[in-house]
Design a protein around this ligand. Structure first.
Ligand SMILES: Cc1cc2nc3c(=O)[nH]c(=O)nc-3n(C[C@H](O)[C@H](O)[C@H](O)COP(=O)(O)OP(=O)(O)OC[C@H]3O[C@@H](n4cnc5c(N)ncnc54)[C@H](O)[C@@H]3O)c2cc1C
Length: 264
């Protein structure tokens, strides 16, 4: 299908460096690709519970297909699950876990659920639904430490409360993957910094999806990152096609890791 669209798909290879002076991308297999236009769509990694003592190897995250399989295996009936983060991902995991018969406690550091995602009135409706389904929701709390306790864990909050649980899952946001900026000297501002046409300061380099931030007119030009991948892709294609210098549409050398996504 990609071939029909004149797109070369290169599997099991990652882009390592960008050389803007020669307009080339170096790949992990040693080859170099020349570009006239370059799109960065490297995505994001889950934000980790970095400052929590004892969390290593204990806390699960959800990003890849493998993460989802691992989680599904661990969400067994009558297990005690603590979910850190009351955003979309934390709430979706909570809903799945109670439906599978787990006992679920959800911790949120902010003063309400979905603070970045929806207005308070909607967040309250969702919180009520989740509580009705059996999710215990604690607001304005933060974890201090997670300690092994036999086959279970003792999770201590900063306010001194302690819970015993079988599994901790964190859904606390994502960090844009901008490693390629180091070699390309592209600006970073909560992801690759692009304008409202997804164009970077280099007029031949664009970024889209979770790896970039762009100014949004609805927020007085404040820079945001967001989920609306399809919409942004339409804007992007428009930007590239409008390119006055090249005057032609992009014939892509799309490269993508064909191997199953790695665990984070
Ligand atoms: C649990 C969950 C539920 C979600 N639900 C929704 C939803 O309902 N609606 C919605 O709109 N969004 C949802 N999202 C968000 C959505 O998945 C992301 O916004 C979307 O996947 C971003 O697409 P992307 O192409 O920017 O990044 P990704 O999908 O992360 O793709 C980036 C790709 O680039 C590859 N890559 C990275 N670096 C390199 C490199 N140097 N060289 C080569 N390849 C590289 C990666 O391996 C990866 O395959 C959800 C996310 C999660 C985790």
């Amino acid at each position: 299908m990609l071939a029909e669209q004149s797109i070369d798909f290169v599997a099991n290879v990652s882009a390592e460096t960008i050389d803007r002076s020669t307009r080339t991308v170096s790949l992990s297999n040693g080859t170099k690709l020349r570009f006239s236009k370059l799109l960065l769509a490297t995505g994001a990694s889950p934000r980790r519970l970095d400052n929590v003592e004892g969390k290593d190897g204990i806390v699960l995250y959800l990003r890849t297909f493998f993460d989802a399989l691992t989680l599904r295996e661990r969400l067994q009936p009558a297990t005690d699950i603590v979910i850190v983060g009351g955003g979309f991902i934390g709430l979706e995991i909570a809903a799945s876990a109670v439906a599978r018969g787990c006992r679920v406690t959800l911790l949120e550091a902010a003063s309400r659920l979905l603070m970045r995602g929806v207005p308070e009135v909607i967040a309250n409706r969702i919180a009520a639904k989740q509580r009705e389904a059996g999710v215990k929701i604690l607001i304005s709390v933060e974890i201090e430490s997670i300690l092994g306790c036999g086959s279970r864990y003792a999770l201590k909050l900063k306010d001194g409360k302690v819970f015993a649980c079988d599994l901790v899952v964190a859904g606390i946001g994502a960090i844009p993957k901008t490693r390629l900026a180091a070699t390309s000297a592209l600006s970073i501002d909560n992801g690759f910094r692009v304008d409202d046409r997804l164009q970077s300061e280099d007029s031949d380099i664009f970024a889209a999806g979770d790896c970039c931030s762009f100014p949004h007119p609805l927020y007085a030009g404040r820079r945001i990152r967001l989920y609306r991948v399809r919409r942004r892709a339409v804007v992007l294609v428009g930007s590239i096609r409008r390119d006055p210098a090249g005057g032609r549409s992009l014939r892509s050398n799309v490269q993508h890791r064909g191997a199953p996504a790695q665990r984070h």
